[in-house]
Design a protein around this ligand. Structure first.
Ligand code: PMP
Length: 333
């Protein structure tokens, strides 16, 4: 196996840090999107991969995850449709994940109060980030799981005079914003060379939106979904507990168009964490656990002979640091 430390790498050595990039934005919400595609020169050389593998680094979004796109998009569309009013409507969403943080910054920036319901065992980092942005948190019994949080959110919605639930698992703005932005960015940045996109399936909004926009545009283009092996319901298994936060909700959401996907790969928590750690060590890109799952799946597809010479984009939803209290960091203290 070649040694990435000594072999000549296809890494650019002339790096222009003074190149202009950016401008003045009117609000933090305008900084969402436009995330970079980054190659993996050392990993692909070490694995002798003959496809181009690019990571779309969604942790470049302002609050650090792919969910920032839908956090802003769901509110913007609801405003356009006259469903919510700044300074008056209270937003209510059951979420223990990145969607809460995304809605929190969008709500604060646009002038909405937000109530998030979540099981009491949600990580303390998450809760503190939400409190920092003045979100009201309603904790529900851990033993009821997300179902308890959903019920509490519904009760609040029924009891408050002007409340609205973005409902990420049902809201068509979710896949739509990925068609309009994530897909178009991938297409433009690869100058149409993209052949495959690999994305973890949480709500399925990312994968479905990209598939809807790019499948009709290019013959042979395909999107592959990724689900946890421990809860591989799209591959016919039973739902179960797993450690890949953000994907594998245990049901098939309305926002997931299974028929738009070429297939769904099942990746274990162990494989996901191994890929995530390797990406940090070998490429200097510390990615989250579901990102590791997508990378593992992308490298699996890239190693198949029929994908030689193809361009494969894996969606990296979040940064490693958001998982400090999880098994991603076990043994690293
Ligand atoms: N990974 C992480 C860390 C996430 O927060 C999400 C969003 N829940 C996903 C993957 C999956 O994205 P989507 O909901 O668009 O399927």
């Amino acid at each position: 196996m070649p040694d990435a430390g000594t072999a000549t790498l296809a890494v650019p050595h002339a790096i222009d840090l003074a190149a202009p990039r950016g401008r003045v934005y009117r609000s933090i919400v305008e900084t969402v999107g436009g995330t970079p595609l980054v190659a993996l020169p050392r990993l692909t050389m070490l694995d002798d991969i003959r496809a181009t593998v690019l990571l779309k680094l969604e942790f470049f979004n302002p609050l650090g995850s792919v969910k920032d796109r839908i956090g802003v998009a769901m509110l913007a569309r609801a405003e356009d449709e006259g469903r919510i009013t700044r300074g008056r409507t209270v937003l209510v969403e059951p979420t223990s994940g990145n969607t809460g943080i995304a809605l929190a910054f969008a709500a604060a920036a646009l002038g909405y109060r937000l109530v998030v319901t979540m099981p009491e065992n949600a990580s303390i980092e998450r809760r503190k980030m939400l409190r920092l942005m003045d979100v009201q948190i309603e904790l529900t019994p851990a033993k009821l799981g997300m179902a308890g949080a959903i019920r509490r959110a519904q009760d609040l919605l029924d009891s408050l005079p002007d409340a609205w639930m973005p409902a990420q698992f049902d809201n068509p703005s979710n896949p739509l914003i990925h068609a309009e932005t994530t897909a178009e960015e991938i297409w433009t940045d690869t100058a149409g060379a993209v052949d495959l996109v690999v994305a973890g399936l949480g709500t399925g909004g990312t994968a479905s939106g990209i598939a809807h926009r790019l499948c009709p545009r290019k013959e042979g283009f395909a999107v592959w979904g990724v689900e946890p092996l421990e809860s591989a319901i799209l591959n016919g298994d039973e739902p179960g507990p797993h450690g890949i936060q953000g994907i594998g909700p245990g049901f098939c959401p309305a926002t997931l168009d299974r028929s738009a996907l070429a297939g769904v790969l099942a990746v274990s928590e162990r494989e996901a964490i191994a890929a995530s750690r390797r990406c940090a060590r070998v490429e200097g890109i510390p990615i989250g656990i579901s990102s590791g799952a997508a990378l593992h799946a992308a490298l699996t597809l890239a190693a198949q002979p029929e994908h030689e010479g193809k361009t494969i984009v894996a969606i990296v939803p979040s940064f490693a640091e958001r998982y400090l209290s999880t098994s991603l960091f076990n043994g690293l203290a």
